[in-house]
Design a protein around this ligand. Structure first.
Ligand SMILES: Nc1ncnc2c1ncn2[C@@H]1O[C@H](COP(=O)(O)OP(=O)(O)OP(=O)(O)O)[C@@H](O)[C@H]1O
Length: 581
């Protein structure tokens, strides 16, 4: 709540103006029944047409003024809500940007997207309706009661019974429906999660011809949402008939007692009509109030969920020193692992254990191992996407934990296994590596990454528009662009995490030769399952189920390391198989 107030504080005037104008509108509304009463008692009873015209004009004036106050209030409420929503969304986005992989793994991308979109929208709607109604509705209910009693205390006595009865019904329905609305919200979350997963994986769904199963899974969740919504809708729908029965009984009572007072000459017909109008106003406002409370309960639940994300402290704040290279000149390795171990949050076993090696600046190291042996995990420890849970990792002799993550990422270029490209021009994508990279620098990077030819074949060259997720590029083209993007930043350490898997053998070999030939002092990590990709590296680390199973050159390992020999054997057998096919 304190956080929400901090988002409303920068716009105090518009935030206060909204309820203020709504109160003014309500005040004008409260006078309408009195004007109508006068029209009946003076205008109609006295057959005074000019008076009726005057009062009619006054009614229209009250309507116009009330309407303009209402519009002004809605403008201010919307402006305040949208400004607060925008600020909250931007802050949340920036806060999520500070999370390490660990927090993102734990919370989940879908949940984060839901918080940023659906939940912030709910909070925004809640603020909007709250500013419009939180003063107005109670004010009209109380005001209408006071006005009714000021018309005639005895005739207004049915109000004293009707209003509490109405309140009991409205709040009983609220009490029953609010937890159900929370269930609806949770079910909606599930439907959104499923939708997102399916849309992102639509090609896989089709490739495995899983459309029918996925459709059924979605129908089940959507049906659950439908049933819950219908159930809570039925309960909420009781609100209108029940409140109308009570209010109509109230009106009958007013007519009954009022009629007798009219006969006795204690009350005028206009006053009875005014009382009935006040009764209707109270009903309308109580129903609005009930809807406001439902909306607010949803908005508060969303606010709590957004708050929970804000409360997550980044486990790796962007603090510390920037890597310094002075020590590198004294013969320090570019990267060294000293008995490194790593366990994912919530995992029972270590994914990496006892990893030690060191690479000098300008050297190339190949990391090979079977699926799930921990190669990507090892790669992710170098730029501090995660911190190792035991041992020490040093960059140019400095413990990575003492270095600022953002500064490390300036000297470490990583090409992840999954090639991710963003919508926008090709040039803009390349400038992710270096903000002010010139076309010449970009072309040099594209040359090394073996992507120049395909970029030149595109009519627009660097101005080629890349569609969302790089959908207008092939897998191999995306991979080469992601390599070029990392190279454009001229990193001191380049990590290629299985990033040539979609390239044919010849292009892969050309790429490695180009990297070796054009990046003299760059320390290169080549992570691959293919022996051909790493065999010419200065060092090769063999991983087996997260443990080091061998370290040396290709020749050393090939002659004495049985895990490496097995990998080589399985791959040459594969080649033979394909050659025989
Ligand atoms: N974010 C994560 N949270 C928990 N466990 C994970 C996470 N990422 C990977 N793992 C687990 O860590 C182990 C090593 O995974 P990793 O991706 O490092 O292997 P890899 O050698 O790169 O595999 P591949 O060659 O298939 O890409 C696997 O058992 C995997 O299930």
């Amino acid at each position: 709540m304190t956080r929400l107030l901090s988002y409303l504080r920068p716009h105090p005037i518009i935030t206060v103006m909204a309820p203020l104008f709504k109160m003014l509108e309500a005040t004008f509304e409260l006078f309408v029944p009195l004007v109508v009463a006068q029209m009946i008692d003076v205008g109609i009873a006295g057959n005074n047409t000019p008076y009726l015209w005057r009062m009619g004009a006054l009614l229209i004036l009250l309507g116009i003024v009330g309407f303009s106050f209402s519009l002004t209030a809605q403008y201010f409420a919307a402006k305040s809500a949208v400004s607060a929503g925008m600020a909250m969304r931007s802050d949340l986005f920036a806060h999520i940007g500070t999370f390490s992989y660990q927090e993102i793994d734990t919370i989940g991308t879908s949940t984060l997207i839901n918080r940023m979109t659906n939940d912030v929208n709910q909070v925004q709607n809640g603020i909007n309706m709250f500013l419009r109604l939180f003063l107005r509705s109670p004010f009209v209910v109380l005001g209408a009661m006071v006005m009714a009693f000021s018309v005639d205390v005895r005739a207004a006595l049915p109000f004293a019974v009707t209003i509490p009865a109405l309140l009991v019904v409205v709040f009983a329905i609220l009490l029953i429906s609010m937890p159900l609305y929370k269930k609806v919200q949770r079910q909606l979350d599930r439907v959104l999660l499923l939708t997102r997963e399916n849309l992102l994986g639509i090609r896989v769904v089709r490739a495995f011809a899983r459309q029918r199963e996925e459709k059924e899974r979605f129908s089940r969740e959507a049906d659950g949402l439908y049933r819950k919504q219908i159930f809570v809708g039925k309960i909420s729908a009781l609100l209108n008939p029940l409140t109308y029965v009570i209010i109509n009984l109230g009106i009958i009572a007013v007519l009954w007692f009022g009629g007798r007072q009219v006969d006795a000459g204690d009350l005028t017909q206009g006053q009875v009509i005014a009382l009935i109008n006040y009764m209707s106003q109270i009903l309308t406002e109580l129903v609005k109030l009930a809807n406001l409370i439902i909306l607010l309960s949803r908005a508060l639940a969303s606010l709590a969920r957004v708050d929970a994300i804000f409360d997550v402290e980044p486990s790796m704040p962007d603090e510390g020193a920037s890597p310094s290279f002075s020590s590198a000149q004294e013969g320090q390795p570019a990267v060294s692992f000293e008995n490194v171990g790593f366990t994912y949050a919530g995992a029972r076993e270590e994914t990496l254990q006892g990893i030690s090696f060191s690479v000098m600046p300008g050297e190339t190291i190949g990391i090979i191992g079977g699926t799930g042996s921990g190669k990507s995990t090892l790669a992710n420890l170098i730029p501090r996407f995660y911190d190792c849970t035991s041992g020490t990792i040093r960059l140019f002799g400095q413990d990575v934990r003492s270095l600022k993550p953002s500064a490390i990422r300036k000297i470490v270029g990583i090409v992840p296994q999954k090639a991710t490209i963003f919508s926008g021009t090709l040039r803009k994508n390349m400038q992710w590596g270096k903000r002010d990279a010139t076309d010449e620098e970009i072309y040099r990077a594209l040359d090394i990454a073996q992507a120049r030819e395909f970029v030149d074949s595109k009519e627009k060259g660097l101005d080629l528009m890349i569609q969302q997720g790089g959908s207008n590029l092939s897998g191999g083209q995306k991979q080469r662009l992601t390599i070029a993007r990392a190279l454009a930043g001229e990193p001191d350490i380049l990590i290629l995490d299985d990033s040539a898997s979609a390239l044919d053998f010849a292009t892969d070999a050309k790429l490695r030769r180009a990297i070796k030939g054009s990046t003299e002092n760059m320390t290169v990590f080549i992570i691959s399952q293919r022996v051909s990709a790493i065999r010419s590296a200065d060092h090769i680390l063999v991983l087996d189920d997260g443990r080091p199973a061998g370290y040396g050159t290709h020749e050393e390992l090939f002659s004495s390391n049985h895990v490496y020999q097995e990998i080589c054997a399985s791959q040459s057998a594969g080649k033979e198989a394909s050659a025989n096919a």
